[in-house]
Design a binder for this molecule. Structure first.
Ligand SMILES: Cc1cc2nc3c(=O)[nH]c(=O)nc-3n(C[C@H](O)[C@H](O)[C@H](O)COP(=O)(O)O)c2cc1C
Length: 224
């Protein structure tokens, strides 16, 4: 097996940032508000470690598992993040190829810079992340499109009923990527000007029944 070009994720991050503008760095690495969420996430993650066991036959290992019934080769999935095209023109197509090679799931952001069909066309197992705005017709259309394009599951982002706090890093990040065009979302910086936010403030768990009804009718040939 070839050793990777980097030693761990922190080293990969150090290599990557040298290729980015400062605006792009703020968008990808920065948090909203005062950054306390990012700090808390890093601290929480540092508490995890692999438990070493000795004198165990490791000549063949199996890291596969299942996520909501879907088999994956590694217990790692790709979380949704917008506009991979800012980093590489191929954008989410390249990310999906990586997911496919690792035989795991990519959760495609509705802020993708590449079309859903281009991404599912890689043959990767694609789940689709979306926000639920005030216009139900738009939600329905997007969910239908995701199903018809071959996404196997939906991931609703429900933790942003109000726009994030505009801390300095967030403002830099938004300005730095203002040229990026997410395909199925209004540009993220828009609400700072218009006040329009794509989350229906009235949403509750009960609304998921409606969503399930729409999604079930548009599964296409997929199981999800
Ligand atoms: C640059 C960036 C873009 C993101 N874009 C999205 C998005 O479009 N949709 C979404 O639901 N979450 C998005 N997220 C949130 C991530 O999916 C994830 O929930 C968050 O980063 C917390 O996980 P972490 O602690 O592993 O980073 C984004 C995060 C980052 C850093």
């Amino acid at each position: 097996m070839q050793p990777p070009d980097f030693y761990d994720v922190a080293e990969l991050e150090r290599i990557a940032v040298t290729r980015w503008t400062s605006g792009l760095r703020s968008f990808i690495q920065g948090g909203a508000g005062n950054g306390s969420g990012v700090r808390a996430n890093r601290l929480a993650q540092a508490k995890w470690s692999l438990r070493a066991r000795v004198l165990v036959d490791v000549s063949t290992i199996d890291t596969s598992t299942t996520v909501l019934g879907v088999p994956v080769d590694v217990p790692i999935m790709i979380a949704p993040s917008g506009l991979h095209t800012l980093v590489l023109p191929e954008g989410e197509i390249a990310t999906a190829r990586g997911a496919r090679a690792a035989n795991t799931v990519i959760v495609l952001s509705s802020g993708t810079g590449r079309s859903i069909e281009d991404v599912t066309g890689t043959g990767a197992d694609v789940w689709f992340q979306f926000y639920w705005g005030s216009y139900r017709g738009q939600v329905r259309e997007l969910v239908e499109l995701a199903g018809e394009s071959g996404c196997r599951a939906l991931c609703l982002t429900a933790d942003m009923p109000v726009p994030p706090l505009l801390g300095p890093e967030f403002r830099d990040g938004q300005a730095g990527v203002a040229h990026g065009r997410p395909l199925y979302l209004p540009p993220r910086g828009q609400y700072a000007v218009t006040g329009i936010w794509d989350h229906d403030h009235r949403l509750t768990w009960r609304d998921l029944a409606w969503l399930r009804g729409v999604a079930d009718r548009h599964q296409g040939n997929h199981d999800g």
